[in-house]
Design a protein around this ligand. Structure first.
Ligand code: PLP
Length: 394
């Protein structure tokens, strides 16, 4: 029998829910019609897509015509930024964002900079939250777009997107938010937020990988994502990922129906974890705001250790988690988010992100609180710097 893995990396991806797979299954087997065809098999696939669109619209308090299916969060972000930039460049070429966005926002913006657009990266406060006043001060005559994520994927902080959208609207600037981490964890209502574009991704809330959506408010000037077919009302050409879209629809319906209960359960586990780590271990800091953060997220930095070694030792204990350094992706740079909140390189390297989900229990937290202090002290024993601090104090 396979040993149970304690999975603490729900911000990376979540397991597919059984009910979601059940709804997808027919569209991977006998219901294989192309939704663009006119016979029954095709019409049924089309109907399934439209039901999913209704479910997404309902979950976000949007109109059905405002929901466009994509291949995931990265595509939604790329489409929103490039599509708006290209369609509005006659009005101006200035875009505002923050220093802690996901790479799916930062890298398209770098690409746009190469094409002559200008981007202002507004810094965040030490708690990881952006001050709307600083966003306001960054606005220029030629600002066409502001993109600020709703919740951060590393440190879990929730951004004041509603306030920022209000400021932007006074200047008739388009607002995009990457809500990939927020959907399924906090209420997401596009009308209440006042945004024009919003990205989401199914695999972050127990749906399948490779499918997402972009909310585009009626009347927003944006170029199509791809050309070559009439799918998604001529805005995103290509035969639809029918089963994936069906899965997204079911997953978002379940996520919004269970939101309050799910969030409060995770929040209790999160708080137990944070209190436990801060009381049991020395030279540790919690990254991000203590309270204004996702119910699933805890992110710590431990001085005098390497996040990668910590992850390997946790893995040996059957625990899957994430670190703030990107060494695994072939780079030795610590996370841009941790640096943006003011951490020193060495401290950022010793980071650990625990993101909770449906399958986690109190026993999982107890187990982590039992093994983590041991692992941290074992790793610190190998650090000459720690030895010095222990002997001489600071
Ligand atoms: C996961 C994630 C993405 C990318 O979504 P994919 O569906 O994996 O492409 C974008 N933004 C944030 C904040 C994320 O957490």
């Amino acid at each position: 029998m396979q040993e149970r893995i304690i999975y603490f990396d729900h911000a990376a991806t979540t397991p597919l829910k059984k009910e979601v797979l059940d709804e997808m299954m027919p569209y991977l087997t006998e219901q294989y019609g192309n939704p663009s065809t006119i016979y029954k098999l095709g019409r049924e696939a089309k109907k399934a897509i439209e039901l999913a669109r209704e479910r997404v619209a309902k979950a976000l308090n949007a109109e059905v015509q405002e929901i466009f299916f994509t291949s995931g969060g990265t595509e939604s972000d790329n489409w929103a930024l490039k599509g708006v930039a290209f369609a509005n460049k006659d009005k101006g070429k200035h875009i505002i964002t923050t220093t802690i966005e996901h790479h799916a926002v930062l890298h398209p913006l770098k690409y746009l900079e190469g094409l002559g657009f200008e981007v202002t990266y507004v810094p965040v406060e030490p708690n990881g939250i952006v001050d709307p006043q600083k966003v306001k001060e960054a606005i220029r005559e030629d600002t066409i777009l502001i993109s600020v994520m709703l919740a951060n994927n590393e440190i879990g902080t929730i951004q004041p997107v509603k306030e920022i959208a209000k400021i932007a609207k006074e200047r008739r600037i388009i607002v995009h938010t990457d809500a990939v981490q927020a959907v399924g964890q906090i209420p997401v209502d596009v009308k209440d937020l006042g945004v024009d574009l919003l990205s989401l991704s199914a695999h972050k809330f127990y749906g399948p990988k490779g499918v997402g959506a972009l909310y585009i408010k009626k009347g927003t000037k944006i170029h199509p994502f791809s050309h070559g077919g009439a799918q998604e009302r001529n805005r995103r050409a290509g035969t639809e990922n029918v089963a994936g879209i069906v899965g997204l629809g079911k997953a978002i319906e379940l996520a919004t129906a269970n939101l309050t209960e799910y969030a409060s359960r995770l929040q209790k586990l999160r708080d137990k974890l944070i209190d436990g780590v801060l009381s049991k271990i020395d030279y540790v800091r919690l990254n991000g705001d203590r309270y204004n953060r996702l119910p699933s997220n805890a992110n710590f930095s431990f001085e005098f250790i390497e996040g990668e070694s910590l992850l390997l030792m946790l893995d040996m204990k059957g625990i899957a988690a994430s670190s703030g350094s990107a060494c695994t992706s072939g780079s030795l740079d610590p996370s841009h988010v941790l640096l943006a909140i003011g951490l020193e390189h060495e401290v950022a390297h010793g980071s650990l992100r625990i993101t909770l989900g449906e399958d986690n229990t109190e026993e999982d937290i107890d187990y982590l609180l039992e093994v983590l202090p041991e692992i941290v002290s074992r790793l610190r024993e190998m650090s000459p710097l720690y030895e010095k601090v222990k002997k001489g104090g600071r």
